[in-house]
Unconditional design. Sequence first.
Lengths: 476, 295
Amino acid sequence: MNLLDRTVEFTAALRRAGVPVSSAETVDAARAIGALGWANRDAVRASFAATLCKRPVYRPAFDTLFDLYFPPRIGDGVSLDDLADDPSATGDGASADGEPDPGDLTPEELEALRQALRDQLLDALRDGDDEALRQLARQAVSAFGSARGSAGRSWFLYRVLRAMSAETLISDLLSALLGDSERGGLAERAARQTITDRIREFEELVGAEVRRRMAEERGIEAVERSAVKPLSDQVEFLRASQRDLVELRRQVYPLARRLATRLTARRRLGRTGRLDFRRTVRASLATGGVPVDTKHRPHKPHKPELVVLCDVSGSVSSFAHFTLMLTHALREQFAKVRAFAFIDTTDEVTRYLRGLDLGDMMARISGEADLVWFDGHSDYGHAIEVFAEKYPEAVGPKTSLLILGDARNNYRPTSAAVFRRLCAQARHSYWLNPEPRSYWGSGDSATDVYAELVDEMVECRNIDQLQVFIERLLPS
Amino acid sequence: MSLQEHAFADVADVRERLRATGYLADEAIATTVFLADRLRKPLLVEGPAGVGKTELAKALATSVGAELIRLQCYEGLDEARALYEWNYKKQLLRIQSGSGDGGAEGWQQAHDDIFSEEFLLSRPLLTAIRREEPTVLLIDETDKADVEVEGLLLEVLSDFQVTIPELGTITATRRPFVILTSNATRELSEALKRRCLYLNLDYPSAEREKEIVLSRVPDLPEKHAESLVRIVRALRAMELKKAPSIAETIDWAQTVLALGFDTFDEAAVASTLGVVLKHASDQARAIGHLKLTAN
């Protein structure tokens, strides 16, 4: 297969991963390579990125696929220089075995190898030497990553990370970076960040290396599906890992700003209001008293009052957290935002939204608010009753009522009658459900009961869907 | 369109010449700039505020000895401000001063006169297209402009020509090097992105940032620069409303230098934190996280 075919396949893989690549852009990529040549892999990566990958969200998928389709080496990755040094190594490509097969080593030898690699890793992490880190990732994967199974060799990220256990080097690294005098102070807390960054970089290199070896063993297509993570606006709230959640929270403010800009733009483009007589006459003076341009008062935008009632029990709290942060960040678009949280009973949490530190909001809500009445399992029925009883004034004719939750009610009563009354009082009522639509109504899900009562139950599994919903909620 | 020779010989040349103007480009930046030069495509630079997007355009203009023409985008920017406009006041004067002669011929004359070069106000886009010397056209903060402006840019950037009904079509004799910047407050249209090369500028690596700080604030001791950059990176890793930019790191370095701190400790950081963090909540968070009030 030549490199041009490879490039075309690569663009096809990008499209499969959800990165839109037009054929004009593919041509640009080819022209870019024409100008730069294939010699330098980093330059190839940069020129593909410049021509094919035009949103930062696409970048992780792009990098993963680039490493799969244009691997820096094959097999154990013995370059020609190494071969010259080591006449015993034979073969080429995938069959090359530069280092002894780990299966042949005794446990003692393996332990010695592990120790040696860890020492090198310490040096590389201390100096921030990317080339050495890459080298080490490769050696570590060759030494500890593989296992022979019935279906041929497999490669495991976890084994390598456990063998190298880079986290246990942190304390040594801190000493090496700072010298003993500065330990414990501000310098240490700052240096800690630098070190965790480098360790994460090493882990990513190992991950890329493992994927590369897997791809050689199983073929690119097989690895591609599991290797490429979904784009960050497609990550499902309920399945998000801790790291994903941090990434999601980071996006709250940019997202709110983008939404707000788009909404103001739409409002400005919309119909203008009544004629502003004074300004029209004023403007007509410039044209000798003829009112060429009429001036209008701007429309007063309708700002809904928002009441958010959210389930913060373990299973859906990350979704509730994100949505609360987003509605709070958009509070200027609403006349009023009130938030209530519940697990099996309800409490108002608006005061926590005003706090300085939104990052800790959820911890404070679950720590301080009065949310548990009986056993700490979701009880929508009781929560709704308490809400209607304790805050009868919360839902009025101007209110948009927003309920966040998966409606998994542990087979308890639903208080449908009370809920019907609440929905009737509100101007609009929406239920955002982070579960996929196909799961609704299965098991202990009371979706069927509630879906009939609210104006609409909306599937809201990722940022993309949430964004679409909020834009709809805020009228232009 | 005439084909002038390329501005750069290779990627290393780009780096060298940018470095000479004081802009430290990494591999990706240099490669992308080189490609933009070779493929003659506009370059769209996107990234958070203060990572040196505008600076790149300026450095580029200096390094190739071109003049920088800047179109600053804002809400409500229109064709008359971006492309060209007839100077109607002057036209009015011309008509009034000529009306004494009277007659059809006078009118014909006036009509031909008032739609000539003399009465044309050239705005940045037209200026850049008409220039015969090397030009770098910087379209700054493209995301701030309205969507209609993007349509206008599409037309100008794909053909590098402008049609003025009264004068005819003006085609670029020498293509300007076009750089668009965006803070990503909104997504630019797919059509515009497709016509551009894309460069995502993010916060630099620790080494590069240290180098940048040292090149901008040469009097700062290297040890201070290193701990400064480390703290800034620790700040960026927190969930802040506005992460500190490179520009703010440089400001901070200058502050530290001006105040003459010997050691860069808790007290020094806490007293100058306002230089890098500009939200009260961000400061509170940083103070809590870095335990700045401990001693």
